[in-house]
Write a protein that binds this ligand. Structure first.
Ligand code: IMP
Ligand code: MG
Length: 173
């Protein structure tokens, strides 16, 4: 395994995720059910940390999407491995994603939910935002950190399926 240099430490991650959860708490009524959609695989750690602090009733769904395959840049085509979601019958939806890069994955999932599930609102929360490499206009409603145009790993994010278990975000030397 290659050495990974720290970009965002464990403490920075945990503090900022808690702040973002508090922001989310302020924007929904405390009795309004929030349907979290965790985008696998990359968002599993961020999602687990974020939802611990949410105060409204929370339900969690998982979808498995892939745009990178095993390469270092988006293939431009989204692969959906398991895309079945319930009707959200007038409840709020929050998509939780690890990183927005080109923006195509989030756009794809938002359009899918708009077309197939009758949600009251659809918002997005991302751990990392790589704004420089966007191919379409899309902004997350909640974001924890900006990162430059570099390939990052850790805290759920992988390089060829490795490094997801790191408790910090870093780049490979
Ligand atoms: P997008 O569709 O280009 O916005 O890509 C988003 C997906 O690409 C994310 O959910 C990640 O799984 C993956 N991805 C983008 N940048 C990185 C990175 O720097 N490291 C690891 N995965 C990445
Ligand atoms: Mg992902």
């Amino acid at each position: 395994m290659n050495k990974v240099n720290t970009l965002i430490s464990k403490d920075e991650l945990y503090n900022r995720i808690k702040q973002v959860a508090e922001e989310i708490n302020e924007n929904y009524g405390e009795n309004e059910t929030l349907n979290i959609i965790c985008v696998l695989k990359g968002a599993f750690m961020f999602c687990a940390e974020l939802i611990k602090y949410l105060k409204m009733p929370v339900k969690v769904e998982f979808v498995s999407l892939s745009s990178y395959g095993d390469s270092h840049c988006s293939q431009g085509k989204i692969k959906a491995l398991n895309l079945t979601l319930p009707e959200f019958e007038n409840e709020n939806v929050l998509i939780v994603e690890d990183i927005i890069d080109t923006g195509l994955t989030l756009q794809f999932l938002m359009e899918f939910i708009e077309q197939h599930c009758s949600a009251k609102s659809i918002k997005t929360a991302v751990l990392l935002d790589k704004a420089e490499t966007r191919k379409i206009y899309i902004e997350a409603d909640y974001k924890c950190f900006n990162v430059g145009d570099m390939f990052v790993v850790g805290f759920g994010l992988d390089d060829r399926q490795l490094y997801r278990n790191l408790d910090y975000v870093g780049y490979i030397e």
